[in-house]
Design a protein around this ligand. Structure first.
Ligand code: PFF
Length: 451
């Protein structure tokens, strides 16, 4: 490790922080809501393919780049790209922009989760009636002050943690909390599956209707694969720069992918059977989780306490993801531009707070301010997940496959150790060189209606 640079101190800590970045509101909130609005099982199938064939190789590539360069997402390309190819730094700058855009709406959703911890305890959201659930959610998100204040609470808390640095801040928080969320999701699944009418939800989730897989659905699934594993914007690259030399990258990435998929599937199994059993609308969008989860808890003994605990753990899961989003920007500001870490953290939070205002007001007073037919919240989401991350993904694949990887493939194969690991590395290079960039480009252009 280069001198004086902070980093993950243990192998387990690095795994948990990486997992903490991947697992978050994407699993509990975005995955179910997109699966619901995009027709269910067909969407899930495309998402799975995108995760395995594109997501995993891109994640391995990003972590590898970061660990080799030991630098922030922009400086990495200064160090690793040939001297005359300065344009690779665009990957880092796009990551910087994507982090701010994602944080603008992500911090808002995290704010709703914080609010729901308290609403669970007061009993306000304890209902299985879709209409009543919609009213409570609508009141929270359409009120400008409650939206903004909860968002600022989220930003204040996570900004405070990030200021402490990598080993003390990020690692300490994330490693302790993940397992608990997993257990609660399991309990929820059992309750949801035993509701009468649960079968329709399972069919929705697992029985694909291929007619529903349109180019736009495919682009959304690809965007989700990137968003879920925090890829295409230098997040995994930045975390890779904190990995120790002896951390096995391919193994860590595969574990993170599998664990992340499991959490999403559990969330899906907890939610969709209940959606059908209680008569909610699967295509409700961002409000889906906030209406369905309370309904499942309300229908079980001890529900209030479990419900509050669930939202608390979801809030905590979101912290791991937010810290990694902030770290992309903080690392650039502090390492590349020389700001002290605390000043970098404060500047990052301030920039997000500015972008956050329109996102927070999108469900209320700014609902009719539309660009390309999208309110600011949806626009930030679309621009980041469906454009910036896939484009960043293509560039990372091209860089690793055709510029950096070609420079010393034998050395990297030798570094990979056992024969199994060599096969893995060879397959990753094949996917990164030929399959992933072409697949992303086709899905992206097709999804945007270019063909
Ligand atoms: N992967 C996170 C989630 O699914 O909640 C969100 C996220 C974190 C996206 C970090 C992008 C990122 F860089």
């Amino acid at each position: 490790m280069s001198q004086g640079r902070d980093g993950f101190t243990t192998t387990f800590g690095a795994l948990m922080a990486t997992l903490g970045s991947a697992v978050g509101l994407g699993n509990i909130w975005k995955f179910p809501s997109l699966t619901g609005t995009n027709g269910g099982a067909g969407f899930l199938l495309v998402y799975l393919a995108a995760t395995i064939l594109v997501g995993l190789p891109v994640m391995i590539s990003e972590i590898m780049l970061g660990r080799t360069a030991r630098a922030d997402a922009i400086t990495t390309f200064d160090k690793l790209a040939p001297r005359n190819q300065w344009w690779w730094k665009a990957i880092g700058w796009m990551g910087f922009a994507a982090a701010l855009l994602i944080m603008a709406f992500y911090s808002e959703v995290a704010g709703w989760v914080y609010a729901y911890i308290f609403k669970s305890l007061t009993g306000e959201i304890a209902t299985t009636d879709p209409k009543a659930a919609e009213v409570v959610f609508g009141q929270l998100v359409s009120n400008p002050w409650s939206s903004l204040i909860w968002q600022w609470v989220v930003l204040g808390l996570t900004g405070f943690i990030i200021a402490f640095g990598v080993s003390k801040g990020i690692e300490a928080v994330t490693r302790r909390l993940m397992p608990l969320l997993f257990i609660l999701l399991l309990i929820l699944c059992v309750r949801s599956l035993t509701l009468s009418g649960a079968g329709d939800g399972l069919a929705f989730l697992f029985n694909p209707d291929f007619a529903k897989i349109t180019p736009a659905v495919m682009l959304t699934a690809l965007g989700l694969a990137f968003f879920k594993l925090s890829l295409g914007m230098g997040t995994m690259l930045t975390y890779g720069s904190y990995f120790r030399e002896d951390q096995n990258i391919a193994k860590t990435a595969t574990r993170v992918m599998l664990a992340d998929l499991s959490v999403s599937l559990l969330a899906g199994i907890a939610i969709f059977p209940a959606v059908f059993a209680f008569g909610f609308e699967p295509a409700a969008g961002p409000s889906l989780v906030f209406m369905t989860i309370p309904a499942v808890f309300t229908s079980m003994p001890g529900g209030t306490v479990f419900m509050a605990l669930f939202f608390l753990l979801t809030a905590i899961a979101s912290v791991g993801a937010i810290l990694s989003l902030l770290e992309v920007v903080v690392a650039i500001l502090s390492e590349r531009f020389g700001l002290p870490r605390k000043a970098a953290a404060i500047s990052t939070i301030a920039m997000i707070a500015v972008f956050g205002v329109p996102a927070a007001l999108s469900q209320g007073v700014m609902a009719d301010y539309k660009i390309f037919g999208l309110n600011p919240f949806d626009l930030f989401d679309f621009l980041s997940s469906n454009i910036l991350l896939p484009v960043g993904g293509i560039l990372i694949c091209l860089f690793v496959g055709w510029v950096y990887g070609l420079a010393a493939p034998e050395k990297r194969l030798a570094e990979a150790g056992t024969s199994v690991q060599r096969v893995v590395i060879r397959s990753v290079f094949f996917l990164v060189r030929f399959v992933a960039p072409v697949a992303i480009a086709i899905v992206l252009l097709n999804g945007l209606g270019a063909f």
